[in-house]
Unconditional design. Structure first.
Length: 295
């Protein structure tokens, strides 16, 4: 960054909080060597599976999850409302509802998620409850499920369980992609939100899985080019893609093995999306950064 005749540089690697370099006016304030890969004596991280995530959402003890999920609902709803009320960013959330006397629940879901990002990406200091290290992804997951729960008059327990599923679905996808990537995390979050919406509709495991795969097929490849107002528009489209995937699955339609990056079995598809992100978009990340720093 440059301002007032001064410059600053910060570098993070692998995760959002792993700061390896701080510079001010070319002076190094902090420099750390990149961490070596985890040694064999450390526990391997637990890899989630979508079927197990669905089962957990259906059967977990509410007291184990309620406090976290209710805090997510409270904070992210407040941020979404601020985005709608204020003149934040490109006002994507407000524009989606402009002229709509009776907007559909799908449009309200897109707008509510985008509005939170409108505020967050343009300096609003209200807190967001994150998913996979990202406030935008937390908003993308939360607000569509909240809007559909209102529309369907779902019980509070159903809302909590739907959000458990939505959050863990997004985490499962991000485990393959990695926390930091040129792959836009809103896509993962939009699929997670759609899985939560499917749950609120009483969908079975197969419909929920097909919802996620359909959503991944539609928007995988959307780039992340930093945190800025256009994130709100990407969020709206990610929610839309996820919900389109759900509407397809409701009618027994799905993208299948052999169609592009889709593989047989949801876990195989998620793993190949990770391959796309880690291998295919590795050079994409460098090109994006080169474009962003170019005058």
């Amino acid at each position: 960054m440059r301002a007032g005749g001064h410059t600053s540089e910060v570098r993070i690697v692998d995760t959002h909080t792993n700061v390896v370099l701080l510079k001010r006016d070319q002076e190094e304030i902090l420099k750390r060597e990149l961490a070596e890969p985890a040694s064999g004596d450390q526990e391997d991280p637990v890899t989630l599976e979508v079927r197990k995530v669905i089962d957990y959402a259906r059967t977990c003890r509410l007291e184990d999850v309620a406090e976290t999920i209710e805090n997510q609902i409270m904070c992210n709803t407040a941020l979404s409302r601020e985005g709608m009320a204020g003149g934040w960013g490109a006002e994507i959330g407000k524009k989606l509802l402009l002229g709509e006397e009776n907007p559909s629940v799908q449009m309200r879901a897109m707008a509510a998620a985008a509005a939170g990002s409108d505020a967050r990406m343009s300096g609003c200091e209200m807190p967001a409850v994150i998913n996979s290290g990202s406030g935008n992804q937390g908003l993308t997951i939360t607000m569509p499920v909240v809007e559909y729960a209102k529309e369907l008059e779902s019980s509070h327990e159903e809302l909590i369980r739907a959000l458990v599923l939505a959050n863990l679905t997004a985490v499962r996808i991000k485990q393959s992609i990695g926390y930091l990537s040129a792959y836009c995390g809103a896509v993962c979050a939009g699929c997670g939100a759609a899985a939560g919406v499917a749950y609120l509709h009483g969908a079975d495991d197969t419909v929920i899985e097909h919802t996620i795969v359909n959503g991944l097929a539609i928007l995988s490849g959307t780039i992340c080019d930093g945190a800025k107002p256009s994130c709100a528009a990407k969020i709206a489209m990610a929610v839309n893609a996820g919900l389109l995937g759900f509407h397809m699955a409701q009618k027994g339609k799905e993208f299948v093995h052999g169609e592009g990056i889709i593989k047989k079995g949801i876990e195989n598809t998620i793993e190949e999306v990770g391959t796309l992100s880690r291998d295919g978009m590795n050079y994409t990340n460098k090109v994006i950064l080169d474009i962003m720093v170019k005058d």
